[in-house]
Design a protein around this ligand. Structure first.
Ligand code: NAG
Ligand code: NAG
Length: 206
């Protein structure tokens, strides 16, 4: 069968709009089975905070598109009916925080959580990266690393790893550990022994 150019173009356009529905979540992590393989490939090492972590070692937020920075891009991605002003600040919308299933219409109630926290990354290897790589990590919209959550959660999580803190919503824990392993593996970060035990246990139940 021969296709005319306009037919091919309109098919391609239809596929693009169908294939890219509005996602209200972080990029899909690897499957549980791939995560188990990745976990076996991660290096187990004792974390090191020498030199000492400083938040300023990870530049945020980058400009992503037009007036929108990384934070604003994630807020638009993760919310429903998000309205932004001319500087891309969200003025209204509805968000459901995936870690606890709490719903809010107040943009200032939301934090952009780094799934693998910046300090956790630092003590797991990022301390020896270039500043540019740390910036890419802190603004990564491609890996499942950034997610809009209610701010009290980000505060309870702090810099804790999966042996120390998990999202309270049980049904999200599998996604969370798959995301954690996807990011650690992509960036070749190390894990500590307790973290490995915790990841094995959660992934066994996924
Ligand atoms: C999340 O909250 C909504 C609305 O309260 C509820 O219908 C839904 O079952 C909850 N989902 C989970 C996974 O708890
Ligand atoms: C989330 O919490 C961590 C650790 O306290 C902090 O470094 C980070 O800046 C917080 N994120 C936001 C967007 O407030």
């Amino acid at each position: 069968m021969r296709w005319s150019l306009p037919a091919v173009l309109s098919l391609a356009l239809a596929a693009t709009s169908l294939g890219a529905p509005l996602r209200r979540a972080l990029p899909t992590p690897v499957s549980a089975s791939t995560a188990r393989t990745y976990l076996s490939q991660l290096t187990v090492a004792t974390p090191s905070n020498s030199p000492a972590y400083a938040r300023s070692e990870f530049k945020t937020w980058d400009t992503i598109s037009g007036a929108c920075d990384t934070r604003e891009t994630v807020l638009k991605r993760d919310g429903t009916s998000v309205v932004t002003d001319s500087s891309c600040k969200a003025t209204s919308g509805t968000w459901v925080s995936p870690y606890d299933n709490v719903s809010t219409k107040t943009p200032s109630d939301l934090d952009i959580d780094h799934v693998v926290p910046l300090k956790e990354a630092w003590i797991s290897g990022a301390r020896s990266w270039t500043a540019a790589r740390r910036e890419s990590f802190a603004n990564d919209l491609t890996r499942p690393q950034l997610v809009a959550v209610t701010d009290n959660l980000n505060e309870s999580k702090g810099d804790k790893d999966v042996a120390e803190w998990m999202p309270p919503l049980k049904s999200y824990q599998c996604t969370y550990v798959r995301a954690w392993v996807t990011v650690k593996h992509y960036y070749d970060l190390t894990i500590d022994a307790d973290e490995k035990t915790a990841l094995q246990s959660y992934l066994a139940d996924c």
